[in-house]
Ligand binder design. Structure first.
Ligand SMILES: *Cc1c(COP(=O)(O)O)cnc(C)c1O
Length: 373
């Protein structure tokens, strides 16, 4: 019997890119973030489609991901949002991949490697404005820029930061971070006497703050169809990914019958139970035990008992009429019913990012192309 599979609608991706594109000024580029196999959607197909739909930058976490993007989009610009090493420089140069510089020592090491190869490496300087993760603290950024800008091996072509949170209300940490970025930027601009490529906004900031779009925006989750659930947003996008599997067995259980490991669920009345082929090893979070919802024959059926490694049980109700071999939807829609990753994430007390990236990479991915206007 087959295990779970994923269906990805690249037509919905094209629609989403159009929504974001129409909200931006013409001179703002889209840098589509495709870390972790394009958030579980698969880099090659997603990047090819996005490049043909007008995305000209891609953001990744690792050099090996950048190489996968390069295969799929020979002409795109690519930024590595993580840390590269001096040993990566020849590969970066050869494949036109731009890295971030995280601090002065990192910049010098990359510059030395580039000089030894007789080349000049374009880089973006990462500024930490309050995320406490990667980059140079905003107060030190102008001095670090001054130190690195003269090095023959480096060409600082861009500067960027990343928001820890963006709230609709003001003041907020996001607003403070933006003030810090602009303060560092104005000092750097005076020294640089050239135009630097500036980008700060990931999905949440893009949704609320068009004055923060600058030269590029870095949407991830938004282009995969999530994160736009609140008011005051500039547009809405659609999920691309559905995750499906099959019903393995259907049977009637009497009242008082325990279901699953440690009997965390006991049937309150006679009912029909389906066992379906997905579990935590496939990426269906164990936190969804007694909480998740699965679509079978167009109805939302609750997950009962503990999620086990490869199987879960769902309650079809006393008149349940499914049969072995029926399709069961773990994320997606069926008939009039739907269960998307944001709803499931709330049930599992996590975020759609985590659910999407936890779907086992070995699940087959099927790509379709629905025209959405
Ligand atoms: C992951 C990431 C993004 C994309 O974030 P979303 O919330 O998915 O839009 C943007 N920028 C950086 C630096 C990231 O690490």
């Amino acid at each position: 019997m087959k295990s779970s599979w994923v269906e990805i609608d690249l037509g919905a991706l094209e629609f989403n890119i159009r929504q974001v594109r129409q909200a931006l000024r013409a001179e703002t580029a889209i840098m589509f973030v495709v870390k972790d196999r394009a958030y579980g959607h698969g880099i090659p197909s997603v990047v090819k489609k996005a490049a043909s739909a007008g995305v000209d930058w891609f953001g990744v976490a690792y050099v090996h991901e950048a190489l996968e993007v390069r295969q799929a989009a020979p002409h795109a610009d690519i930024l590595v949002l993580g840390a590269v090493e001096p040993g990566d420089v020849s590969c970066l140069k050869e494949n036109r991949i731009t890295p971030l510089v995280l601090d002065e020592a990192h910049g010098r090491a990359l510059a030395d490697a580039a000089t030894a190869l007789g080349c000049r490496l374009p880089v973006h300087l990462k500024i930490d404005t309050g995320m406490g993760r990667l980059g140079v603290l905003w107060e030190q950024a102008p001095a670090v820029f001054a130190q690195l800008d003269g090095l023959s091996g480096l060409e600082i072509s861009g500067i960027c930061t990343h928001f820890a949170s963006v709230e609709v209300r003001k003041p907020s940490l996001g607003c403070t971070q933006m003030d810090r970025f602009l303060q560092a930027e104005s000092e750097i601009r005076k020294m640089a006497e050239r135009k630097l490529f500036r980008h700060v906004s990931s999905s949440r900031a893009i949704l609320y703050q068009n004055e923060w779009d600058l030269d590029a925006v870095r949407p991830g989750i938004l282009l995969y169809g999530y994160g736009a659930g609140e008011p005051r947003m500039r547009f809405k996008t659609k999920p691309l990914l559905q995750w499906k599997t099959v019903v393995m067995q259907v049977k009637r259980l009497p009242a008082g019958f325990p279901v699953g490991y440690y009997s965390t669920y006991v049937t309150p009345a006679p009912t029909v139970v389906a066992t379906i082929a997905a579990g935590y090893a496939d990426g269906y979070h164990r936190a969804l035990s007694n909480k998740g919802v699965v679509l079978i024959r167009g109805r939302r059926c609750p997950v009962i008992g503990r999620v086990s490694m490869n199987w879960i049980s769902v309650d079809l109700g006393p008149d349940g009429d499914a049969a072995a071999g029926d399709e069961a939807v773990l994320i997606g829609e069926q008939g009039e019913s739907a269960v998307w990753a944001d709803e499931l994430a709330r049930m599992a007390r996590t975020i759609p990012y985590e659910l999407l990236t936890s779907i086992n990479p070995s699940a087959e991915r099927h790509y379709i192309n629905t025209r959405i206007s």
